[in-house]
Design a protein around this ligand. Structure first.
Ligand code: SAH
Length: 215
């Protein structure tokens, strides 16, 4: 059962959004999404009281719900527009997916851990969100639904999976933490033609690894 929303949670979200603003999040749609999404409903029960702290926390299957700043930062880098078709790799708790759904209605998200896929599916539905979720390996992307205007990868690897770049529109953007296990560089890819992309790096982050196959 999801913990219900309260005035206290709403007030805590205001404070969290203000906190993210002081850390450099300026996109109004992103800040509004942070104010709207009940993060406490995405937390493992043991950590609910910390839901509006700007930190990552453990969820099932040894994974994590990303830190709100990281969610906001990746979303802001992608410059999500109202009608964008977005692909997320690593549904996890579903929190980032809900933040995206506050901005655009067309969100596709893939998770390789069945237990997380199932709980995110149930949770997002109960909260009234309508994402398209798939249980599978995100390296393959979602070819039947491609191309996507924006692609967001919430797990780290040494390289951007080529199939994901293929599934990006020309003019589209992809964001992914690229690097080894200890730290990664937040990398923005802007695809300018079928063969050319512009890469830029936006600071250091620590993510769980992007793994092969599904479990
Ligand atoms: N966006 C999530 C963050 C989850 S952490 C949230 O807001 O809670 C990253 C997630 O990526 C984990 O759930 C992990 O299981 C998943 N993951 C790792 N490799 C993957 C792959 N190849 N395909 C899909 N999901 C993957």
């Amino acid at each position: 059962m999801q913990a219900s929303d309260t005035h206290i949670y709403k007030a805590q979200r205001q404070i969290l959004a203000n906190n993210l603003k002081t850390k450099g999040i300026t996109d109004k749609r992103v800040l509004e999404a942070i104010r709207q999404v009940p993060r406490h409903a995405f937390m493992d029960e043991r950590y609910i009281r910390f839901a509006y702290q700007d930190d990552a926390f453990p969820i099932a299957a040894g994974q994590t719900i990303s830190q709100p700043y990281t969610v906001a930062f990746q979303t802001q880098l992608l410059d999500i527009q109202k009608d964008d078709k977005v692909l997320e790799i690593g549904t996890g708790s579903g929190y980032q997916c809900a933040v995206l759904l506050e901005i655009t209605s067309s969100v596709f998200s893939i998770e390789r851990q069945e237990i997380l896929y199932e709980s995110a599916f149930k949770r997002l539905k109960e909260l009234g969100y309508s994402p398209h979720l798939r249980y599978g390996d995100g390296h393959e992307g979602w070819p039947e639904e491609a191309p996507f205007d924006k692609i967001l990868i919430t797990a780290a690897a040494h390289e951007i999976p080529p199939r994901l770049l293929e599934q990006l529109t020309i003019g589209g953007k992809l964001v992914m933490p690229v690097g080894g296990a200890n730290t990664q560089k937040m990398t923005l890819v802007e695809k300018i033609s079928d063969t050319e992309s512009i890469f830029s790096e936006h600071g250091g982050f620590v993510f769980v690894p992007l793994l092969k196959g599904k479990v």
